[in-house]
Ligand binder design. Structure first.
Ligand code: CBH
Ligand code: ZN
Length: 366
């Protein structure tokens, strides 16, 4: 599949759907390359083959954008994790850009340089200090060939706006996503007002990522859309939810679940859950649709397959799938062959197989 490599903004302005990629840190943690907590971005230098392969899987699943593997790669965060390897932030940021570019060019995807929340902001809320961290990352990104930027995983609209202001000095398109619930940011600023703040700071695309499941994230982005409409502002909408169900979560999302981060598997979305999510997000007017932690390649493929008519193509990974399980027509067992149909998978309520598991947990802090 050859895609047209045009500017992200040009594509969104033309009404195209952009399929995002999935979360990298959680997958690479599970594969043994990243440590949970600091989510060690050092893997870009230490295990480039692992990062490259994950990028490739997302690309093959239809991702139009590959995000650089630079989560928590500001100097303050790297110091916190006790960077024993002596790998510098500059080395990681630059290596991550090269890896994303190398793979993106194999399929004509775009590369987004990503920054995320800092520690300094929590410590002192000092605008100059926080901005200097983002500036440093931006300078490193600008040595490389990056198509646009994403400021992601922000709990405070103020910090996200600072990130946007810095990234915008590049003159490139900037997307900004916050890890907030429908209740708003940590200061209680509602999603609509967060969105207004981000767009006023210069963001071209706004939305949410991580922390909560697709249902909650769609709700939050809808509130952002309403806020922008009320303020008479325009921006494209973006969504990259968790790849797991978190119906009982609120303010701090999955971080407060007893299962976080090492026993989340029971909550994983099925590919059919993702079909439903992709359609609902599209119907809510969101045009940049991807995933965050828990989203694997098959989930991204499900977004691509659900939105195949809108996108006008299927991704390479669909060659090994077949829509709605149609490949099962070739199964040897007749009862499995009977599952080669949309209705079966759409209506299925999958069992967990764990007789003692509760269906819901009590989040720690709410
Ligand atoms: O993983 C990725 O690819 C990034 N683009 C997004 C990471 S969201 C990370 C969540 C960490 C949660 C925590 O604070 O422990
Ligand atoms: Zn995430």
């Amino acid at each position: 599949m050859k895609r047209n490599k045009r500017d992200i903004l040009e594509r969104l302005n033309a009404g195209e759907v952009i399929v995002g990629d999935g979360g990298m840190v959680l997958q690479l943690e599970r594969r043994g390359y990243v440590k949970a907590g600091p989510w060690t971005p050092e893997a870009a230098v230490e295990h480039p083959e692992a990062v490259r392969q994950l990028h490739r899987e997302f690309l093959r699943a239809g991702a139009d954008v590959l995000q650089t593997f630079t989560f928590y790669c500001s100097e303050d965060k790297l110091e916190l994790s006790g960077n024993v390897t002596n790998i510098t932030g500059a080395q990681i940021n630059e290596a991550a850009c090269d890896l994303a570019r190398e793979v993106a060019d194999e399929g004509n995807a775009l590369v987004a340089g990503c920054v995320s929340q800092t520690l300094i902001y929590l410590e002192n809320h000092n605008e100059a200090e926080v901005k200097s961290l983002f500036k440093k990352q931006l300078q490193e990104f600008l040595k490389k060939d990056i198509d646009f930027f994403i400021a992601e995983f922000f709990r405070y609209a103020e910090e996200a706006a600072w990130a946007v202001e810095v990234l915008k000095t590049s003159g490139k398109t900037v997307g900004a996503t916050m890890c907030i619930s429908p209740h708003g940011d940590v200061n209680g600023l509602p999603p609509g007002e967060c969105a207004v703040r981000l767009v006023k700071a210069g963001a071209d695309i706004v939305g949410v990522n991580c922390h909560l499941d697709p249902t909650s994230c769609i709700q939050t982005v809808k509130l952002m859309r309403e806020g922008l409409e009320k303020a008479g502002l325009k921006a494209h909408l973006m969504i990259q939810p968790l790849g797991c169900h978190t119906p009982e979560c609120n303010l701090t999302g999955y971080i407060s679940l007893p299962e976080y981060p090492f026993a989340m598997e029971c909550r994983t979305l099925t590919r059919w859950d993702v079909h439903k999510y992709a359609r609902e997000a599209y119907e809510a007017g969101i045009r940049y649709i991807g995933g965050c932690c828990g989203f694997e390649a098959y989930h991204i493929r499900a977004i691509s397959e659900e939105l195949r008519a809108e996108k006008g193509c299927l991704p390479p990974a669909s060659e090994k799938h077949g829509l709605w399980g149609e490949a099962l027509q070739m199964h040897t067992k007749p009862w499995v062959r009977a599952r080669a149909q949309r209705k079966y998978w759409q209506d299925l309520l999958p069992a967990s197989g764990r007789p003692k598991c509760p269906s819901m947990a009590t989040p720690a802090d709410e």
